[in-house]
Design a protein around this ligand. Structure first.
Ligand code: FAD
Length: 621
């Protein structure tokens, strides 16, 4: 029996509305660019044609290799601990609401209140599972969109396909690439509408989750002194949740203000300041055009350039606002079409026609005289990717006026190997006289001192230093604290035996535990909410199956787990040429094949379907 976490909830006596007093703190209007400007110049919104005859020949391959090898070992990241722990402070919420520790029992505890948590709740509730509690480290829902509030933040999968449950919510995003602020508000609306706030304890970090064989329950221990017991635990703790810092000599000596982009500190006014930003990944690409509007000088410290594709941002049209509500299932159909785009260049023009169902495909399909082998297909894909990168590089030359800056901004690695980015204002920003690219290739920034950044003997004195150094990928500390049947943590199991899961959702020896979007978890495309959707559906199916069988405990057999892990390894190895660079996707070249993301495509669904039909992989008790 669950006692409501009532002492954690503040109830407004006037309206009766429940909340945790931790809603989004207002951000300064001066600096909050919503990334909503819509460029109209064709040169910014179209990619130049690739040079005629561009092929990925031996010379180009050698260039890519040299680019990669020069950077090997340069990615040295550190956790935000000790004196750097302050970079993790929740700068968005009021202090935690005092509450009593919880020592009760519920059927399901979910870790995380991001889009995965919200979607899970919607589906669990719909299937009649109501005894569910969510634990969330932050002060509100949203996850990624709660923590990341930097100027210019927007999704880079189109919002009409990215945001789940648009029909149920009767909501249409205002822009094709909706601002993170709009997405956060959308999450809050979902939470209100589905009664999520009553189910979630915020400012509550799960520290340890321990399986008790005798009672068939997990004990969930949190930093608020809770010791809840639960039959099931679902990890919905995200894939890009733990921010990381590049390890740079002298970091702690800097006297100015500094913060990480995932905890944007709006108390620091950047207007008229000399600002440095370290990193040029997906976040920095969105931030830089926005802060360039207000700062006095901006120094961008780049080790490896991103590929900057066309974004072609646009507002939702009047026509769409009018017609979509009259087309039942419009968003679901669009998401399904989006999931079929396998080459990932989501921003290319023409997709709107395909996504809206006006044309049957997003590209012309080539017909080959015979079926091509996997190697041949990969070779063709590498050539295609090379031509895309040639276009991306030509775009840099077409936009950036200073030839040295343009040269430094050109990426040399297979398209999609590092996270592809999309923006129409990033490159023009480097034509502004007060914006300076400091090329720190190939090893990165050398030193930080009390005044700012020192590189190649030059000191860049700064008022504010911003770390846009990204996140750990698929490596949240959460896996460190799940103790299964034999007392080992999930991390210990994977470190000793290699990463082993079934469908990315179960791991043998960890009964009644489900992992959403973890290592080896397929089921979706680049649209992460697609995978989350598939995982949530699977979990609900499993809970219903157990309910109908009267089963209390589910684990997976070691053999199917081994087979699935081997499939993940092989899929990773077979497609490795497409990711021949150093990237967080492959643990900067250090990850064991098959231990992180899933590269087996639709075969995840095949494994899932077969398992659901036969139930052979499962041990029910
Ligand atoms: C800046 C940025 C932009 C992105 N843009 C896109 C995009 O355009 N398209 C796309 O498909 N994906 C994008 N992603 C990936 C994005 O993370 C996913 O799309 C999605 O939001 C993940 O949702 P989630 O609920 O699984 O995880 P998250 O949103 O990460 O939520 C997980 C939650 O779990 C909480 N948590 C973690 N550990 C604990 C613990 N021990 N105890 C309690 N709580 C815990 C965290 O505080 C967090 O709130 C982006 C990611 C980032 C960082």
């Amino acid at each position: 029996m669950t006692t409501p976490a009532s002492s954690a909830i503040r109830i407004d006596p006037a309206t009766g509305q429940k909340s945790f007093a931790t809603r989004a703190a207002p951000a300064s209007d001066r600096i909050v660019g919503k990334g909503y400007s819509v460029p109209t110049e064709a040169s910014l919104t179209t990619l130049p044609e690739p040079p005629p005859g561009a092929v990925f020949n031996a010379e180009e391959q050698a260039k890519y290799r040299a680019f990669k090898e020069a950077r090997r070992g340069a990615a040295d990241y550190m956790a935000m601990e000790g004196e750097f722990a302050r970079y993790l402070d929740d700068v968005y919420s009021a202090p935690p609401v005092p509450r009593e520790a919880l020592a009760d029992e519920c059927e399901i505890v979910v870790v995380g209140a991001g889009l995965a948590g919200l979607l899970l709740w919607h589906k669990l509730r719909g299937a009649g599972f109501s005894d569910v509690r969510f634990c969330e480290k932050g002060g509100d829902v949203g996850g990624t969109w709660y923590w990341n509030r930097y100027p210019g933040i927007a999704c880079d999968v189109e919002a009409y396909s990215y945001l789940p449950l648009l029909e149920e919510m009767e909501y249409i995003p205002s822009m094709k690439f909706a601002s993170g602020f709009e997405i956060l508000e959308y999450c809050q609306r979902m939470a209100e509408k589905f009664g999520f706030y009553e189910r979630c304890v915020f400012h509550t970090t799960v520290l340890e989750t321990v399986w008790d064989e005798a009672s068939g329950r997990w004990t969930v221990i949190t930093d608020r002194g809770d010791r809840m017991r639960a039959r099931f635990v679902i990890l919905a703790n995200g894939i890009l949740t733990s921010p990381k810092l590049a390890r740079i000599e002298g970091m702690s000596t800097f006297r100015g203000n500094s913060f990480h982009t995932s905890r944007w500190d709006y108390r620091v006014d950047l207007t008229g300041k000399v600002v440095g930003i370290i990193g040029t990944g997906a976040t920095a690409v969105q931030v830089i055009p926005e802060i360039a509007r207000v700062v006095k000088e901006l120094y961008v410290f780049q080790r490896t350039p991103s590929s900057i594709d066309v974004r072609d941002q646009r507002a939702t049209t009047e026509e769409e606002y009018k017609s979509w509500p009259n087309e039942p299932g419009w968003a679901r159909a669009r998401r399904a079409r989006f999931a079929k785009i396998s080459n990932g260049r989501t921003a290319i023009q023409g997709n709107d026609d395909y996504l809206a169902g006006r044309v049957p495909d997003f590209k012309e399909r080539k017909q080959y005289e015979r079926e091509l082998s996997m190697e041949e297909l990969i070779e063709k894909q590498l050539d295609t990717n090379f031509r895309i990168m040639e276009q991306v590089r030509a775009r840099v030359d077409a936009i950036v006026k200073d030839p040295r800056t343009a040269a430094a901004l050109k990426p040399y690695y297979p398209w999609g190997c590092k996270r592809p980015t999309f923006h129409d204002e990033f490159l023009p920003t480097f034509n502004l006289p007060h914006v300076h690219l400091v090329d720190t290739a190939p090893r990165g920034v050398q030193r930080i001192n009390e005044n700012g950044v020192v590189h190649d003997g030059v000191e860049y004195a700064l008022d504010v230093l911003i770390y846009a150094t990204g996140f750990e990928w698929m490596a949240t500390s959460t896996f460190n604290m799940i103790r299964g049947r034999d007392g080992r943590t999930l991390r210990e199991k994977w470190a000793t035996d290699g990463t082993k899961t079934f469908l990315g959702l179960h791991s043998a020896g960890f009964p009644n535990l489900f992992i959403v979007s973890g290592p080896q978890g397929g089921g979706g495309s680049f649209n992460f909410t697609d995978a989350i959707d598939a995982h949530a559906d699977y979990i609900v199916w499993m809970l219903e199956t157990m309910r109908s069988r009267g089963a209390r405990v589910v684990d997976v057999r070691p053999e199917p787990e081994l087979e699935y892990a081997e499939h993940c390894r092989q899929a990773d190895v077979a497609t490795a040429a497409l990711r021949d660079c150093l990237s967080y996707y492959n643990g900067h070249g250090e990850a064991e094949p098959g231990s992180l993301a899933y590269y087996g495509g639709n075969r995840w669904h095949k494994y899932r379907r077969e398992a659901q039909e036969s139930l052979a992989p499962y041990l029910f008790d």
